[in-house]
Design a protein around this ligand. Structure first.
Ligand SMILES: Cc1cn([C@H]2C[C@H](O)[C@@H](COP(=O)(O)OP(=O)(O)O[C@H]3O[C@H](C)C(=O)[C@H](O)[C@H]3O)O2)c(=O)[nH]c1=O
Length: 183
C-alpha cells in the first residue's frame, strides 16, 4: 500500500495493491506495522458499515471531541461516494479547511481521516456503502457536527440538494464562537 499526503496533515489517501488472478483480486486494506511506520493510528476497536439506498444521500459531517477524538479508515465497498474531511483542530494552520475525494468500490483505495477531523460523505450511486474502522468507540456525548453547506467551510459537493438525516438538517452553520477542538 502507498500513502499519499494531502494538504491537510492527518488526512492521507491510500493506494492499495490489488493482487489479481483468474479468480479476481485480493488487497490488504490495513496493516498495523505499516500504519505505525507512517505515524497513523493502528488500533481500531470499532468497525462501521453504512449503506445509502440511493444517490445523493449525504451523511455528516461528524466528529468526536477529546478524549474520544477518532481516526477513521474509510473504504467504499459498494458503488461510488465522495468522501470529505474538515480540519476542526483549533491550533491547526488548516483549521476549517476541507479535503474531498471520490472513493469507488471498484478501485483498491481508502482514505485515512485522523483525529480532529469532521467526516462526511455523499453517495454518488444508488446502493453505495462504506466500511470504516474507528480508533475510538462510539461516544455520542462527545459528538460534534458541522453542516455540509456551511459557508465558513465551502465544501463543493458533487450533487446539490442532498438527502440528509433529521439530525444533519438541524445542524446550524458555525459562527465566531466555534473554536474547534483540542486533541
Ligand atoms: C456512528 C454510530 C452510530 N450509531 C447509531 C446512532 C443512530 O441510532 C444510528 C445512525 O447514526 P447516525 O445518524 O449518526 O449515522 P451517520 O449519519 O451515518 O453518522 C456517521 O456519519 C459520518 C459519515 C461518520 O463518519 C460517523 O461515523 C457517523 O457520525 O446509528 C451507533 O450505534 N454507533 C456508531 O458508531
Amino acid at each position: 500500500m502507498k500513502f499519499h499526503s494531502t494538504h491537510l496533515e492527518g488526512v492521507v489517501r491510500l493506494e492499495l495493491r490489488a493482487i489479481e488472478d483468474e479468480r479476481g483480486w485480493f488487497t490488504r486494506t490495513f496493516c498495523a506495522e505499516t500504519f505505525a511506520a507512517e505515524g497513523l493510528e493502528t488500533t481500531f476497536p470499532q468497525t462501521n458499515h453504512s449503506y445509502c439506498s440511493s444517490r445523493g444521500i449525504l451523511r455528516g459531517l461528524h466528529y468526536q471531541q477529546a478524549p474520544r477524538a477518532e481516526a477513521k479508515l474509510v473504504r467504499c465497498v459498494r458503488g461510488v461516494i465522495f468522501d470529505v474531511a474538515v480540519d476542526v483542530r483549533r491550533d491547526s494552520t488548516t483549521f476549517l479547511q476541507w479535503f474531498g475525494t471520490e472513493l469507488s468500490a471498484d478501485r483498491p483505495e481508502a482514505l485515512y481521516v485522523g483525529p480532529g477531523f469532521a467526516h462526511g460523505y455523499q453517495s454518488l450511486t444508488d446502493n453505495a456503502a462504506i466500511l470504516y474502522q474507528a480508533s475510538e468507540p462510539y461516544s455520542p456525548e462527545r459528538e460534534g457536527c458541522l453542516r455540509y453547506d456551511d459557508p465558513a467551510i465551502g465544501i463543493r459537493w458533487p450533487m446539490e440538494s442532498p438527502n440528509l438525516s433529521a439530525k444533519d438538517q438541524r445542524t446550524p452553520w458555525i459562527d465566531s464562537t466555534f473554536t474547534g477542538i483540542v486533541l
